[in-house]
Design a protein around this ligand. Structure first.
Ligand code: NAD
Ligand code: DAU
Length: 324
């Protein structure tokens, strides 16, 4: 197949490209990316074909399959500049769906568990494909809108599309603005990890390779028009994650600071992965192994994160001033 990977210079998309070269080398990959602040040239394997273009522009060329990762992806940014999220995540997805409609291309849409809103800490429920949508931030609302567009194109035009909603990813090449890399890099600088609010918010962590293997399972075995939820039974509070990181750096587990909370901060996400497990997929990583390897990757690659970390921390400083 000729495969177009949108957002292939960002975190999950570039890991998808690397993983696909290992596990599905028979296919031909093109990356489409507009290289926002979140992209990094160094994420791309040598020799890969790259189209530098905004997904809001009409797509040309000939592709059998589009795997659509490109998005504005950071909640904190969506609270400062929501319209950028509406444009890329909604209009950009619509533009790619138009290509799929007119060219009869297979389409896989990468979405997030955040479209379902949040759960209480003591709620025994987890998200399933039939959980009603209830997004909280401009980011998650824009992703919810993009999911609705995919379903509308399936029903109205017969576009051959599937959707996956995944929980929080971690692993190599994740931008230093995100929680786990931010705290690892703080610790590499002998600085304390920073927890929003009381630190009891829960995220359901999955290694990026497990996510991308699940995406391939859905592409190959999923049913067109269906939605699949991807997660690795990895619920942990942010405080637990930070304590584990401190231990990995031989520090007192409680040596962190609480900082001003994110406005509207979702309390808990939790995925019931049985829709994807029914296709035969299972996660391979334990959180302990994945976190250890991720720490080693950031330790070994300071040149990869030095510049973007500086910019991200300047932005966070500004946000902390604005929030008081
Ligand atoms: P990222 O921010 O690391 O990468 C996004 C990539 O998209 C970047 O390379 C960026 O340059 C590109 N991009 C942004 N706007 C674009 C535009 N208008 N045109 C072309 N390219 C553009 O994001 P990520 O964490 O890798 O997330 C990838 C996808 O996975 C997103 O759709 C996100 O909603 C979804 N997702 C992420 C997670 C997570 O934990 N990170 C979990 C579930 C789902
Ligand atoms: O659930 C999937 C989502 O996971 C994806 O859709 C998003 O693209 C991805 O960014 C992620 O969203 P979160 O908002 O959960 O991720 P983030 O890394 O920003 O934060 C994870 C948790 O850690 C969250 O509860 C906020 C908290 N946090 C974050 C930062 C940056 C802190 O406590 N301290 C921090 O410094």
């Amino acid at each position: 197949m000729k495969i177009l990977v949108t957002g292939g210079a960002g975190f999950i998309g570039s890991n998808f490209v690397h993983r696909t070269l290992e596990t599905h080398p028979q296919h031909n990959i093109t990356v489409l990316d507009s290289f926002t602040y979140a992209a990094n040239e160094a994420n791309l394997p040598a020799g890969i074909e790259v189209v530098r273009q905004d997904i809001c522009q009409p797509l040309t060329g000939s592709f059998d399959l589009i795997v659509h990762f490109a998005a504005e992806s950071h909640n904190d940014n969506s609270l400062r500049d929501p319209l950028r999220f509406i444009k890329t995540n909604i209009e950009g997805t619509a533009q790619l769906l138009e290509y799929a409609r007119l060219n009869d291309a297979r389409f896989h849409h990468i979405s997030t568990d955040e479209v379902f809103g949040d759960l209480a800490l003591d709620d025994p429920a987890r998200f399933t494909p039939s959980t009603p949508y209830n997004p909280s931030s401009p980011y998650s609302a824009s992703k919810a809108a993009s999911d609705h567009l995919v379903r509308a194109y399936v029903r109205s035009f017969g576009v051959q599309a599937t959707i996956s909603n995944c929980s929080n990813n971690y692993g190599p090449r994740q931008h230093p603005e995100k929680f786990i890399p931010r705290q690892i890099i703080n610790l590499l600088h002998d600085e304390k990890p920073r927890l929003y609010g009381d630190g009891l918010n829960v995220r359901d962590w999955i290694h990026v390779d497990d996510h991308n293997d699940a995406v391939w399972t859905i592409i190959e075995q999923g049913e067109v028009g269906e939605t699949y939820l991807i997660g690795a039974n990895g619920e942990r509070s942010n405080k637990q994650v930070v304590e584990g990181l401190n231990v990995a750096f031989d520090r007192d587990p409680k040596d962190f600071v609480h900082v001003t909370d994110r406005p509207g901060h979702d309390r808990r996400y939790a995925i019931d992965p049985s829709s994807t497990e029914a296709l035969g997929w299972r996660p391979q990583y334990t959180f302990a192994r994945g976190l250890k390897e991720t720490i080693e990757w950031y330790r070994a690659n300071p040149q990869w994160w030095a510049d973007s970390r500086e910019v991200a921390e300047e932005t966070y400083l500004q946000v902390e001033k604005e929030l008081g």
